[in-house]
Every structure is written in structure tokens, then in C-alpha cells.
Design a protein. Sequence first.
Length: 289
Amino acid sequence: MPEGHTIHALAARLNRTLGGERLAVSSPQGRFAADAALLDGRPLDQATARGKHLFIDFEDLILHVHLGLIGSFHVKHAVQYDSPGTPARLRLEGRSHVAELRGPMICALVDEEDRQSVLAKLGPDPLHRPDQDTGALRSWDRIARSRKAIADLLLDQSVVAGVGNVYRCEVLFRHRIDPFTPGKELGRVLWERVWNDLVILLPLGMAFSQILTMQDQVDAAAEMVADGSSLSITEALTGERLGDHFERRFHTYKRTGQPCDRCGRIVREQLIGGRTLYWCPGCQRRRRR
DNA sequence: ATCATATGCTAAT
DNA sequence: TTAGCCTATGATA
């Protein structure tokens, strides 16, 4: 679940459901018990997301969370006592809602200096407003200098922050880019198209709590956001969309062996940088810029 | 019951 | 490049 859109939706939801309240903080699982005690009874001032990192400010204390591959951070109504399976690493309880963190890669108290050093290592985030206009150029700076494959660079959080394996595979397909194209051979104009697409796709993913990359779904979702017809303000801002979702459909992600929906060639997979890349060898060919 | 896999990332080799 | 970490889930036995 966790690419950038998930973390941004989570930050917004934490602010909406627990923001400003003094919380009962605990570590049912025990591994975070000492730090949880320090947070207990403090007000949650602000939750902030950048890329896949989440920072929660409790007055002068900062909680740094990264979900990694399998982490989850569920926010639910306090009346629903049913805690699933294993005890949570961290539990935040407010008047109306409870948030439970499980399996995070990072859950630690940090200071402002630590936070800044994390942020300094991140590339532009398509979900961070100030980055949206300048991000194409900043990331291009890195890409244009690299001989690494663009598929590799897209997962490098210091190049672009927040993109994970699904968005990388799908956005490369959407622009018919050969994943193995070296960064320096991609071309600035093509990269700008990719960046601008990410600036549209990630916020939609955040609003709908779902990665949407099929154009018909992207169009439908964008229209819902634009006219606000079936999407409440809250949903648009926090990704708090219970119930109906779009059908789960992708161009290449996890479609190995199936025919490409555009050209019919068989979708392939290959490990690159320890992650499974999915792509269509027909649509995604090397091209001259 | 057991195994493989997962929308991440780091440290060790 | 690989091992390791953290947990949930779906496939396989």
C-alpha cells in the first residue's frame, strides 16, 4: 500500500481525526514503550508527509514514521474496539479516533536536525505544492547526469520522492518509455511530461486512496474531483474514501504473461535494483529524442 | 500448516 | 548483489 499518496492521505487523516488533541499514546507491542510514554498526554500539533516519510509533531517532540514495504497505520473510530491480529507498535488514542501502527520500517523520536537531514536527502515530491512547479527541473538535473536506467532512477527517492514500484511501472508505460533508457538519453521534454503526469496522478491516488493509472479511470476520477459531485471535500483532502473504489486495473503492474491492453504483446517482468519491473516490450521501446 | 510474495530501504558482503 | 527487517495475505500442501 505505501507509496507517497498513501502517506500524504494518512497525514491529512491524522490531522483531521486527532489533530490538536492530547492523546493517550502507548505501545501495545512493547517495542516503542519508553518513547510512547514520552508522548503520552501530549497534543498532536501537526502531521506532515514528504515522499514516503511521515513526521508527527507533538509540541517539541517529533515522531518519524516510515511504513517500509509492509507497514500499516490504520485510523478508525474509537468505538470500534476490534484491533486486528498482532498488537500495534504504536497506538494513538484520541476522543473520537484511534490510530494503530504496525510493522513500520521506522518509528522513532527525532529532533529538528534529524528531520532536516531526512528532508535534505529527498528529491522533489509531486504531492508537495512548492515542488510541483520546480520539481521537473530539479529532478531533471539528476536524471540528465545519470547513466542509470530511468526505471532505476524513478525509485531513487533522492531523484523523485514518493514514487514506488506501481507508479514507476505504470508511468513509464503511460509515456511509452523503455525502462532501460539511461537517464541522460531520456530527453528533458519527455521527462517534463512524466513529471507533470506524476503531479496529476499522485494527488488523484491520494484523493481516492488508490493508485489510478488507466486513462478512463484517471479521467473519471479527475472529473469527480473537479465538480465535487461524488467526492466530498474531506475525501478529496484526506483520501478518506470508505466503500466504493475503482476496479483494480493496471497496464503492466503484476500482469506478467498477459497481453498488453494496447498492443497485445506479452507483458514481461525483470528484477531491477531488487524490485520487480513490469513492462510491455511492444509499447515501451527505446526512442530517439 | 507452511510458503511465497508484497506498493521499501539499509547495511553488510 | 544479497541478507535482513517488519507483518499481512493469498496460494499451496
